[in-house]
Every structure is written in structure tokens, then in C-alpha cells.
Design a protein around this ligand. Structure first.
Ligand SMILES: *Cc1c(COP(=O)(O)O)cnc(C)c1O
Length: 232
């Protein structure tokens, strides 16, 4: 079931890229495994997934321990509290959800202790839904500048969660906003290194995200099936 879903989504991502005139190699699949057990993750690993996304630190740490023999790149995609950074800083592959200077400062402190530069994205709230985390678009450039001042925080790009809607225009507007912030940051010359990662697109809106320039899609439901609990 999971292996079949991965094959299907792989084909769909490839088609979405080709239709958008993009090279499928530019778009990386992150399998979002929150709420699913290690058996499901093992199945996805066997089917070729390497990158997995989780939303909760405790859940991630537990799965990381259970799967320590496997070669997995763990992505943290949920809201990150400052006091939880220490549990993942040693091995996390990419933190998608930096939305304040205080969390960046903590990541820097932990990275400095470990002698490890930690890759991060800044999460932007592009749809103004108050239920969402993420920095407001107007404040994104200030946060990018502040984050790049921390030498053990490696700012690689931006992330957003599209609006919870079937309205393609609304999704497109959110993804365009993120892409424009990304392009502005790269042309402004104020960052030490160009941003290369745009993490946007989920099971219901990845095709639009790819049309708008996504380089990382975070897919849960279309791989693992419906989640029994509603988690954001
Ligand atoms: C749950 C989640 C996803 C995956 O959503 P699906 O609709 O199941 O594909 C992607 N990104 C974030 C931040 C999430 O919390």
C-alpha cells in the first residue's frame, strides 16, 4: 500500500514538474510520517524514501531511537519551542519552521556547543490564517537578516503551509508570495549565501506549489493514508 502510494506520488510529482517545465530532480519529496508508526516508516524506507518529516519533538526523538540503524534524514516541520531544540540539534537534517529570533538564537547556541552548523528554513505565514505559526510576510526579511547573524545557523530557504482550501487561486497566491520573498532575498545581496530551498506543497496542493517554484514538497496523507487524529 505505502510502496504503491510512493510510486504513484513519484509519478505525479514528475508529471507536475514536466507540465510546469521543470526538471523533476529539482523537487525533493519529504515523507511526512507524523502519527504513523515505525513499521510504516520502514515500508516507506524500503520503497526508496530517505527524507522524513515530523511535527512533534517527542514523537521524532522516539522514532529516531527506534530507527537508529536506518539511514534517514529527519526534517523537523512543526512548531519548535525553544526548550525542545536541544533534543534534536545533534542530528536533525533540516529545521523547516524557524519563526522567531529566539528559536534561532537557541539553535545557534546548541550548534556552537556541538560544533555543528544547523540547516534551517524560515517559516512564513503566507495566508494570514491566525491558527498558523510562521513569521508574517512583512517581517520575513528582518528575520532573515537577524537569523543569518548567527554563525551556527545556516539559513537555506523558506517554508510555508498553504491555506486549507480547495481554491487553487488562494493556494497559488500564498506560494507566489513565498517565492517573491525568496527572490527578493536572493537579489538583495544582504545574505551570506543564496537561499536555495523553497519548502511548499502538501498532499492537496503540491501541483500548484511546483508550478510556483517549490523545491521540497511535504507529503503525508498521499503516502501514509488519512491520519486518525487531526494534527496540523
Ligand atoms: C502534516 C503536515 C504536512 C503533510 O500534510 P498532508 O496533507 O498529509 O500531505 C506537511 N507539512 C506540514 C507542516 C504538516 O504539518
Amino acid at each position: 500500500m505505502i510502496a504503491e502510494n510512493i510510486q504513484n506520488i513519484g509519478k505525479k510529482l514528475e508529471n507536475a514538474c514536466l507540465q510546469a517545465g521543470r526538471n523533476p530532480k529539482e523537487v525533493q519529496l519529504i515523507a511526512v510520517s507524523k502519527t504513523f508508526g515505525v513499521d510504516s516508516i520502514s515500508e516507506a524506507l524500503d520503497a526508496g524514501c530517505v527524507d522524513f518529516g515530523e511535527n512533534y519533538v517527542q514523537e521524532l526523538v522516539r522514532k529516531k531511537e527506534l530507527l537508529k540503524e536506518r539511514n534517514i534524514r529527519w526534517h523537523f516541520i512543526g512548531h519548535l519551542q525553544t526548550n525542545k531544540v536541544k533534543y534534536i540539534s545533534e542530528w536533525v537534517h533540516l529545521i523547516h519552521s524557524v519563526d522567531s529570533e529566539s528559536v534561532a538564537r537557541e539553535i545557534h547556541k546548541r550548534g556552537e556547543k556541538l560544533g555543528r552548523k544547523i540547516d534551517v528554513l524560515i517559516e512564513v505565514n503566507t495566508s494570514r490564517e491566525s491558527t498558523k505559526f510562521g513569521v508574517e510576510a512583512e517581517k520575513a526579511h528582518d528575520l532573515m537578516r537577524n537569523v543569518t547573524a548567527y554563525s551556527y545557523v545556516n539559513l537555506r530557504g523558506l517554508m510555508t503551509i498553504g491555506p486549507f482550501t480547495d481554491d487553487a487561486d488562494q493556494s497559488r497566491a500564498a506560494f507566489r508570495l513565498l517565492k517573491s520573498l525568496f527572490d527578493e532575498a536572493n537579489s538583495g545581496g544582504s545574505l551570506h549565501q543564496p537561499l536555495t530551498i523553497l519548502s511548499m506543497g502538501m498532499s492537496h496542493d503540491y501541483a500548484i506549489a511546483i508550478q510556483e517554484g517549490s523545491t521540497m514538497v511535504r507529503i503525508g496523507t498521499a503516502i501514509f493514508g488519512a491520519r486518525s487524529q487531526h494534527l496540523n
